[in-house]
Design a protein around this ligand. Structure first.
Ligand code: GYE
Length: 339
């Protein structure tokens, strides 16, 4: 089964790779490389599949280790729960996600899941889904739409994550020092709220300040690039890095090492997600804290989809339970990490 999932993932990645190379400039909506290989309905009249649960999922892309873990969880849960899943990789572009949602509406799926790359710009397409009688489930990131346009949000409290990250930074810096911030994708709820939460909490520490803040788009490569620029602009002045995800922190760690400094020692590193690679960095003494954000949302997502199909009430927010992990216990903790 795992082999099958991995091969599906490979096909998805290949399709994305080809498009990225410009050989398929405009993805034509959800690719059909799903675990159940369902064919799109030819008819213009959406037909409901009365038996099997049919779900469309418009994923953001493959920007981080966290995202890969979430994709894996969704493909795996669909397989295990016998769901007919139509999966689309939006390559971090909202227009691709919107296109995918329109295709899912045409196909008459039971429920549409979407991880909105940015918060705004979803009203029109969500209204189209509503008119077609198809509920929208927001997975892992929020969309700035009125509550009647989506059934539920499954995911984390990003403001709390930002607050916790700030408390950890204060502990590491004894409440005093200069911080640089690596923001996630501009306009993404996960970035906006992680920034907000940290800034709110920072008010309690008058001797700690953010001296620079820029987007690294949630990727390791851009995190490294931005950190290189910060190190040049503020030589010897940076005491801590707050990264909105682990991947950008891992990029920053590389930049710090290239500059001849010791990440985790000379410059403290606090990030969010809890992927295995940051635990490895903590074990090596190069990162200090990760605030967990759970990507393994597949089982919860399809359970909600089932409930919606059966007309059951679902809560407006299915909140993830998450911990905080520190360098001191990383060698033990890493043994239990699932992603
Ligand atoms: O933290 C980051 C990913 O939306 C919560 O997206 C998610 C974020 C996650 O790229 O690594």
């Amino acid at each position: 089964m795992l082999k099958k999932i991995l091969s599906v993932l490979l096909v998805v990645m290949l399709v994305a790779g080809l498009a990225a190379c410009g050989q398929q400039a405009q993805p034509t909506g959800p690719d059909q490389s799903t675990p159940t290989q369902s064919t799109p309905s030819e008819s213009t009249q959406p037909k409901k599949n009365e038996g099997k649960l049919v779900v469309g999922f418009a994923q953001i892309g493959q920007e981080s280790g966290w995202r890969d873990a979430e994709t894996w969880s969704i493909l795996n849960a669909a397989e295990e729960m016998g769901v007919d899943l139509k999966f689309s990789d939006g390559q971090q572009k909202q227009e691709n996600q919107i296109k995918a949602i329109r295709t899912f509406i045409q196909q008459g799926v039971d429920v549409i899941g979407v991880a909105p790359v940015v918060e705004t710009g979803w009203e029109t397409v969500f209204k189209e889904a509503k008119e077609a009688g198809i509920p929208i489930v927001l997975v892992d990131r929020r969309a700035a739409v009125s509550e009647d346009l989506y059934a539920t949000f499954i995911g984390s409290d990003f403001i709390l994550e930002g607050q916790n990250a700030c408390k950890e930074m204060a502990r590491l810096l004894n409440g005093k020092g200069n911080i640089v911030e690596l923001q996630g994708t501009v306009g993404a709820s996960a970035a906006t709220d992680r920034m907000k939460g940290f800034a709110e909490e920072l008010k309690n520490y008058p001797d700690m300040k953010i001296i620079a803040s820029q987007s690294g788009d949630f990727t390791r490569a851009k995190g490294k690039e931005v950190m290189e620029a910060f190190l040049k602009a503020y030589p010897g002045e940076i005491h801590g890095v707050y990264a909105h995800n682990d991947d950008m922190a891992l990029g920053a760690i590389e930049a710090i090492k290239d500059a001849g400094l010791k990440p985790g020692v000379d410059i403290k590193i606090v990030s969010i997600d809890g992927v295995k690679a940051i635990f490895e960095a903590m074990v090596a003494g190069e990162a200090n804290v990760t605030v967990e954000c759970n990507p393994l949302l597949g089982p919860q997502f399809f359970q909600v989809c089932k409930d919606l199909k059966e007309g059951k009430e679902v809560p407006k927010w299915v909140k993830s339970e998450e911990g905080i992990y520190r360098q001191e216990t990383a060698a033990e903790d890493i043994k239990n990490r699932k992603y």
